[in-house]
Write a protein of this length. Structure first.
Ligand code: DAT
Length: 175
């Protein structure tokens, strides 16, 4: 057992909205027994906000409060954290980082289905085209622990579940 992470590894799943973080993260939690944390949902429940973004018509995340709220859960390990950003988490929190990637046409349809329109829809597509979250992850964490995963089809989902489940098993065997 790893004395720093008695409950297992911490896995970050990040990527543009609509790339499939919640779908993957929730199923992964079922398969691995790790604790699933959806940062967006947590922020909503606990109102971890700091003002209102008039351009995007959404509340602004209070990142410090998110960290305070999660610190005691994340420190002992054993978590899957899902969020569409990654540069404000402490680097020491994560043992591995997965960045989900989706082709533009597929992402466009998924975001439309989620009710995204206009500037919000276009900006999220741009975010994926410019690999914004991938670059954020590579800039924020050791490159060796950052992995890009295709997330277009149900076969991709299965492959990603297998890959991460195997990684978690190996981590547990070697710690
Ligand atoms: P996110 O949490 O990144 O915003 P989501 O998990 O809510 O994304 O997924 C958005 C939609 O896409 C949802 O209808 C499920 C679907 N989806 C997710 N991953 C997929 C995959 N690998 N193949 C096909 N559809 C997928």
């Amino acid at each position: 057992m790893d004395s720093r992470r008695p409950n297992g590894p911490n896995v970050l799943i990040t990527g543009t909205p609509g790339t499939g973080k919640t779908t993957l993260g929730a199923e992964l939690a079922q398969r691995t027994g790790l604790n699933y944390i959806n940062v967006g949902d947590l922020a909503k429940q606990e109102e971890l906000y700091d003002g209102w973004d008039a351009q995007y018509q959404c509340p602004i995340l209070n990142e410090d409060r998110v960290i305070d709220e999660l610190e005691d859960t994340v420190n002992p390990g054993g978590n899957i954290v899902d969020y569409h950003g990654c540069d404000f988490f402490p680097e020491r929190w994560f043992d591995i980082v997965f960045v989900l990637r989706t082709d533009n046409t597929i992402l466009y349809k998924r975001l439309e289905q989620k009710g995204y329109t206009g500037k919000k829809l276009e900006d999220n597509i741009q975010c994926e085209i410019f690999q914004t979250i991938l670059e954020e992850a590579v800039d924020s964490y050791n490159k060796d622990i950052v992995h890009e995963l295709p997330s277009n089809t149900s076969d991709d989902l299965e492959a990603n579940l297998d890959k991460i489940t195997n990684w978690v098993d190996e981590w547990k065997n070697s710690h």
